[in-house]
Design a protein around this ligand. Structure first.
Ligand SMILES: Cc1ncc(COP(=O)(O)O)c(C=O)c1O
Length: 425
């Protein structure tokens, strides 16, 4: 059985069955079909509060990174809990607005923003645009001037601080495609074109960071950089990045302790450099939503190979969870209605897609899985729906939000007709 920490707040495992907020997982699967993303609103609220409370108390702000989950119904819960929105495209801006965020709640990102992204940011009245390159500054300034707007901006700097995480989600090192080298960042911030108002600096070191240490180092670096460059930022945005435990053996990072530590570390670092404290923004994604999500699948086939592996193939896979293929991400699936049955061996859980890399988990202890069994994969609220594809022309899964003992369909299942709708003729 999985460790409690991997499950949403309102999940329970009594009588050998998984339920969420009192709703039996099997009943959810029967009603809404599988694969099914299930989100627990209570977990979303608790995780949002872990950031909002310490940061607001310190005069800062937390903005949720929509790249982790852009489901408007999920976003609405997070907005009501006090989070702003970190958006990285015109599409994410549209999702944030659909969820009821105001323009001033938006922090707009992207290392290669297009004209459409900048137009959407200006039309929304975005609170901050984070500049990633001088040519983007020129483009945005021209648009802002044409619209008679002065747009508040941050400049993203790359401090060359390495973090111990997967190379594909590391961004703060020299040579990163994101942000500007210190000299280029200083030059841009001190000579912004008319139409842009510089409010401060942005740094994002990477994802799946396990504690506040690397961001504290980034705050110290930024304070020294500002002191040396004669900059007095009003805002320091340290990005997102706090990780989560995907399996019971990993340490579980604590968002409240992390946000509280940074709310203290930033003023301390700037005071030590002889500067006034900027207001702190954090942009958590994964650590707000990963825990809130469980994906439900049905077992279709159980097959023992001559090499000794027993494959348990389910009705989803790499199209709804590409993280295993991308990062070798570990997950701990379990049988949602047979939690009290003793494990009978080690199994590999595979998807239904036409690739050998279509795997959800290897070496999982399970109790003789059978076709029709319900498989639950916890920790699937972040970077699943947003990274899902239509590989093999399968429709993307439906999603339900569970709140107050009721489940609401918030994303309908994609159909073959949806997939053909864009094709001409
Ligand atoms: C600029 C920026 N902010 C925030 C995030 C969210 O990171 P995480 O989901 O690890 O908290 C990312 C993730 O790539 C990012 O690039």
């Amino acid at each position: 059985m999985n460790a409690r920490s991997l499950l949403p707040l309102r999940a329970a495992t009594g009588a050998g069955r998984l339920s969420i907020d009192g709703l039996d997982a099997e009943a959810l699967a029967d009603e809404f079909g599988t694969p099914l993303y299930v989100y627990d609103a209570a977990t979303l609220r608790e995780r949002a509060a872990a950031y909002v409370e310490p940061l607001t108390a310190a005069g800062g702000r937390a903005v949720f990174a929509l790249k982790a989950n852009a489901t408007p119904a999920v976003l609405r819960v997070l907005r009501d809990a006090g989070l702003g929105a970190d958006v990285a495209s015109a599409g994410e801006i549209a999702a944030a607005l659909a969820a009821g965020f105001n323009g001033r709640d938006l922090v707009v990102h992207g290392n290669a923003k297009g004209s459409d992204d900048l137009d959407a940011a200006l039309a929304a009245g975005a609170g901050l645009v984070v500049l990633d390159a001088p040519e983007e500054a020129a483009l945005l300034a021209g648009k802002a001037a044409a619209a008679g707007i002065v747009q508040d901006v941050l400049v993203r700097v790359t401090p060359d601080i390495d973090v111990d995480t997967h190379a594909k989600v590391r961004t703060g090192h020299a040579g990163s495609k994101f942000g500007l080298d210190p000299d280029a960042a200083r030059a841009l911030l001190t000579s912004l074109p008319t139409g842009l108002r510089g409010r401060g600096l942005h740094v994002h070191l990477g994802s799946q960071v396990v504690d506040a240490g690397p961001l504290q180092a980034a705050a110290t670096w930024c304070a020294a950089f500002c002191a040396e460059a004669g900059l007095t930022p009003e805002i320091l945005d340290l990005g997102g990045g706090l990780g989560v435990a995907y399996t019971p053996t990993e340490a579980t990072p604590d968002p409240r302790a992390y946000a509280s530590a940074l709310a203290v570390a930033v003023p301390a670092a700037f005071a030590a450099a002889g500067l006034a404290a900027p207001s702190l923004i954090l942009e958590p994604g994964r650590s707000v939503v990963a825990n809130a999500g469980i994906t439900l699948y049905r077992v279709r086939v159980v097959k023992r190979t001559a090499a000794g592996t027993t494959w348990v193939s389910v009705d989803g896979g790499m199209a709804d969870n590409p993280r295993v293929a991308l990062y070798d991400a570990p997950y701990r699936p379990f049988l949602a209605t047979r939690l009290d049955d003793p494990a009978t061996g080690r199994y590999a859980v595979a998807g239904r897609h036409c690739e050998s890399g279509d795997i959800l988990a290897l070496d999982v202890d399970l109790p003789s899985p059978r076709p029709g069994d319900l498989v639950a994969v916890p920790m699937t609220g972040a970077y699943h729906a947003t990274m899902a594809s239509n590989y093999n022309q399968f429709g993307r899964p439906a999603a339900v939000l569970v709140d107050g003992g009721a489940a609401t369909l918030v994303t309908r299942r994609e159909t073959a007709a949806d997939l053909l709708a864009r094709e001409i003729p």
